[in-house]
Design a protein around this ligand. Structure first.
Ligand SMILES: Cc1cc2nc3c(=O)[nH]c(=O)nc-3n(C[C@H](O)[C@H](O)[C@H](O)COP(=O)(O)O)c2cc1C
Length: 370
């Protein structure tokens, strides 16, 4: 049998707009907290290039759009020239190996505290409702949140503009496009979800109003860099950071349809079964209605292994499958899927440590090299 005929569904080529992907195994956006002072570091060159394959799509970790966007230690930004310049060699390294690289642009909104904010001010959100403290991913530290300040209606265009400028900066840094982070309880999701959004202006109340700000961001970013370079990540079913919705199907479907108007490249949705970022539960819900509604490339993520990824492609539930933890621990994940080789296990304890090597670039390739 010819090798092409033998290729598993995940390793078949796919044309995503103007990008010719050689396979469908995508690096999911993964915060690694190794960008000291919010500046991407040289060690990210090795990390991302290890995970690059020719014609493979990578999505960079969540990257702040402004000085109010941060809520975690050592996460990268893309609002200063220093940050843009620091991304360049990282992007170049991915391109040198034939990868396609999108930057996930991010604002945490209320998932922050005054220690991360300019002049110690309160974080911004759609609401002034605060978050209860939570145990950090290391199981020891407790994250404390400062009650947010509700954005005034007339301040919203400035935040939309921050996303626009960040997208332009990402292109300036050499990225092939951006993924707008509209998932996981961060700023855009805070506006969309009725459990959080308690506004009474045109950005709150009805579903149309709650989706207005995220869609203004989509429009501004698309106008700036072209819709053919724009993706968005959504998690309508998730309730991370106290960000749930009473009718997630309706929300997901409304967004999928509304996005068609802007003709953006892809919609990336997190599976309903992902109860928290790292915990999978059974769910009766499905992303299939949104997949059917959205006209562009549809990407799924959350709890996928090789078999389920293949099934999703074969059953036409997705064009692309993003892998988080398995790709974090297996720099050559597409190759391992091709060979049906065993996978390195991931170590949660080093997901977010600031070490430039440990838990970052020291997961071996199949042949034992790095
Ligand atoms: C260490 C870690 C960091 C993450 N950082 C981000 C992030 O920056 N942006 C994002 O949208 N999701 C983030 N996620 C969620 C992943 O992209 C992915 O959706 C999740 O891990 C579920 O997929 P998986 O089962 O393949 O790991 C993160 C997950 C992990 C484990």
């Amino acid at each position: 049998m010819a090798p092409e005929a033998a290729a598993i569904p995940l390793l078949t080529p796919y044309k995503m707009g103007n990008f010719i992907l050689s396979h469908r195994v995508v690096l999911a956006p993964l915060t690694r907290q190794r960008s000291y002072n919010n500046v991407p570091q040289p060690h990210a060159i090795l990390y991302y290039s290890q995970r690059t394959s020719k014609g493979g799509l990578l999505i960079a970790e969540a990257t702040g759009v402004s000085d109010t966007a941060q809520g975690y230690p050592q996460t990268p930004g893309i609002w200063t020239k220093e940050q843009v310049d620091a991304w360049k060699p990282i992007v170049d390294a991915v391109h040198a190996k034939g990868g396609i690289f999108f930057c996930q642009i991010w604002h945490v909104g209320r998932v922050s505290n005054s220690g991360y904010q300019p002049n110690g001010q309160a974080p911004i959100s759609c609401t002034d409702k605060g978050l209860a403290p939570v145990i950090r991913a290391n199981g020891v530290d407790v994250a404390q949140f400062t009650p947010p300040r509700r954005l005034r209606t007339d301040e919203i265009p400035q935040v939309v503009n921050d996303f626009r400028v960040a997208a332009r900066n990402a292109i300036e840094a050499g990225f092939d496009g951006v993924e707008i982070h509209g998932a996981h309880g961060y700023l855009l999701d805070q506006f969309m979800k009725d459990q959080v959004n308690d506004r009474t202006d045109e950005y709150g109340g009805s579903l149309v109003n709650r989706c207005r700000f995220p869609l203004e961001v989509v429009k501004a970013v698309s106008d700036e860099i072209g819709p053919e370079r724009v993706g968005i990540r959504l998690s309508p079913f998730a309730n991370y950071c106290e960000s749930g919705d009473s009718n997630p199907e309706e929300l997901g479907l409304y967004m999928a349809n509304a996005l068609n108007k802007y003709g953006i490249l892809y919609c990336h949705m997190v599976e309903p079964r992902m109860k928290t970022v790292g915990e999978r539960v059974e769910s009766p819900h499905s992303l299939v209605p949104m997949r059917k509604a959205f006209n562009g490339t549809f990407m799924v993520a959350g709890g996928y292994d090789r078999k389920e990824g293949n099934n999703a492609v074969v059953e036409n539930r997705a064009d692309l499958v993003a892998y988080g933890r398995w790709f974090l621990a297996n720099p050559d994940l597409p190759k391992r899927f091709e060979l049906h080789a065993p996978l390195n296990n991931y170590n949660r304890e080093t997901f977010y440590v600031s070490d430039p090597v440990v838990g970052y670039t020291d997961y071996p390739f199949l042949d034992g090299s790095f």
